[in-house]
Design a protein around this ligand. Structure first.
Ligand code: NAD
Length: 495
């Protein structure tokens, strides 16, 4: 059977680009290729940006309430097609259906937030700034905005971007990850069905060449990026160098501090979900547990038992596993070699998922839940983002030392503490160096109304994705100062 060629969407038309190289899209549960994605170059990108630029004036002038109504209809269509979207996320990414559902709901919340646009776009006014002078702020769209997204959330991360950008009055070009381009096709077909005007949103596919064409195109005004830190830094530097506004979310290494007074079973449950949920392929994965004092003795036995009990298997099967595969065979091999480096550098593997076998899907990209104890902060495994189902364990004497070690990380995305002490939690919350902090919450990924606030190498830019900062990112402010010369004012000059 011929493979599905993933189409681009430009000026309201779906088109299979045939004269460029392609990249395979896998079903990681089975290891087979399910589609080919075109690796578009500058000419295709130019067509998409020009279509978005041409559609901008009419879309900008569409009343905000009408733009919002498109997304009310869109939300309904997503609900009606919810299972289809989740199955697609699961098929091309390998998330379990439960994980896919959770992620699509997070996307829906962003659509709901965008529906509040008429309120979000309201400005401020001050009457009588000076005698007879009033002042007001207006939030106006930027023009053509671009979204470049990673593989790990095929629906949610694109939905962090285009609903808010569009409702704010911008037009958009989306470049999804070439590893998971198929769910976006469903999302945009539904947006078309909801009434998307031609050219307002366009989709292109590809890798670096495609991204470079977007970063340097003179008609692109702003770039939203989510992906690994080296690429985020490159996007920020190149985009800003070419005069674009850029928000670029990068990778992470998130620490969870476990105090000896923490509730043991709740902490074990949260650590297991934080480390092994979505097979560890989350920028908010809790990838390192720092146990303080006797906490290791309390939580590790149950945590190891929980990790060993996690059933790994294909996520496209009727009976759902607890954990699916990682994205590619190459990525699994990288995770294996990072675990091996930990062993070589003196750490101790206390739950080893490297030899997991899945007889019903022998070619899938599987790895079981793995826990590596006695990690020291100079080990490769301690420093590099693993992005697989691997939990590091570090043991510290006290909270001060634990915070000091967590704060040495080059990243600063999320972190959490498990404790029953308000004093320890307060100390942690104030001193820890990360943008999103959980207190007895394992993965404190923010919801649509709050900004997704990475720090340090987890974020390049000023205004974060989501929430009010998202609205600020997708708009520019105009301050209008007004005076009307009536009879009274004019009379001053006549005298
Ligand atoms: P990636 O950086 O490899 O790719 C992200 C996007 O950039 C893709 O669309 C890809 O095509 C493009 N790209 C890749 N290499 C490029 C290059 N050299 N030049 C230009 N463009 C390039 O990331 P990924 O592997 O798809 O996703 C996983 C990463 O994303 C992890 O590091 C994870 O922590 C991060 N992530 C961060 C957040 C966040 O909000 N901070 C959220 C999700 C994922």
């Amino acid at each position: 059977m011929p493979l599905t060629a993933c189409p681009v969407f430009i000026d309201g038309e779906w088109d299979a680009i045939r004269d460029v190289g392609t990249s395979p899209v896998f079903n990681p549960s089975r290891g087979d290729t399910i589609a080919e994605v075109p690796m578009c170059g500058a000419d295709v990108v130019n067509n998409a940006v020009e279509a978005a630029a041409a559609a901008f004036p009419a879309w900008r002038d569409t009343p905000a309430i009408e733009r919002a109504r498109l997304f009310f209809r869109y939300r309904q269509l997503i609900e009606e097609n919810f299972d289809r979207i989740c199955e697609s996320v699961s098929r091309e990414h390998g998330k379990t259906l439960a994980e896919a559902r959770g992620s699509v709901y997070r996307g829906i919340e962003n659509v709901e937030y965008a529906c509040a646009a008429p309120t979000l776009l309201m400005g401020d006014t001050l009457e009588n700034l000076a005698r007879g002078v009033d002042c007001e702020t207006m939030h106006q769209p930027l023009g053509v905005c671009v979204g470049i997204t990673p593989f790990n959330f095929p629906a949610m991360v694109p939905m962090w971007m285009f609903p808010l950008a569009l409702v704010c009055g911008n037009t958009f070009v989306l470049k999804p990850s070439e590893k998971v381009p198929l769910t976006v096709v469903i999302l945009i077909e539904l947006l078309e069905k909801a009434g998307l005007p031609k050219g307002v949103l366009n989709v292109v596919h590809g890798g670096r060449e495609c991204v470079d064409a977007l970063l340097t195109h003179p008609k692109v005004k702003a770039i939203s990026f989510v992906g690994s830190s080296p690429v985020a830094k490159y996007i920020f530097e190149t985009g800003t160098h070419h005069g674009k506004r850029v928000q670029a979310n990068g990778g992470a290494k998130n620490y969870i501090i476990v105090m000896p007074d923490a509730d043991v079973m709740r902490t074990v449950e949260a650590l297991s979900t934080a480390a092994f949920g979505c097979a560890g392929e989350r920028c908010m994965a809790g990838s390192t547990a720092i146990t303080v004092g006797k906490a290791a003795d309390y939580v590790l036995p149950s945590l190891v038992a929980a990790a060993r009990a996690i059933k790994v298997g294909p996520t496209d099967a009727k009976t759902q596993p607890d954990m699916g595969p990682v994205i590619t065979a190459q990525h699994r091999d990288r995770v294996f070699s990072l675990v091996a480096s930990g062993e070589k550098e003196g750490a101790k593997i206390i739950a080893d998922g490297r030899d997991v076998r899945v007889p019903e899907a022998p070619n899938g990209f599987y790895m079981g839940a793995t826990i590596v104890d006695q990690i020291q902060d100079d080990m490769t495994l301690a420093r590099e983002e693993v992005f697989g189902p691997v939990l590091n364990v570090m043991r510290m004497e006290d909270l001060d030392h634990a915070i000091e070690v967590a704060n040495k990380s080059a990243y600063g995305n999320g972190t959490a503490i498990f404790t029953n002490s308000g004093k320890a939690a307060r100390e942690f919350k104030n001193r820890v160096k990360a943008g999103m902090v959980g207190i007895n919450v394992g993965v404190p990924a923010t919801m649509a109304m709050f900004p997704f606030t990475g720090w340090d190498e987890s974020f390049y830019g000023d205004l974060h994705i989501q929430g009010k900062e998202g609205v600020q990112f997708y708009t520019q402010q105009k301050v209008v100062t007004t005076r009307w010369f009536g009879e009274g004012v004019g009379d001053v000059w006549k005298k």
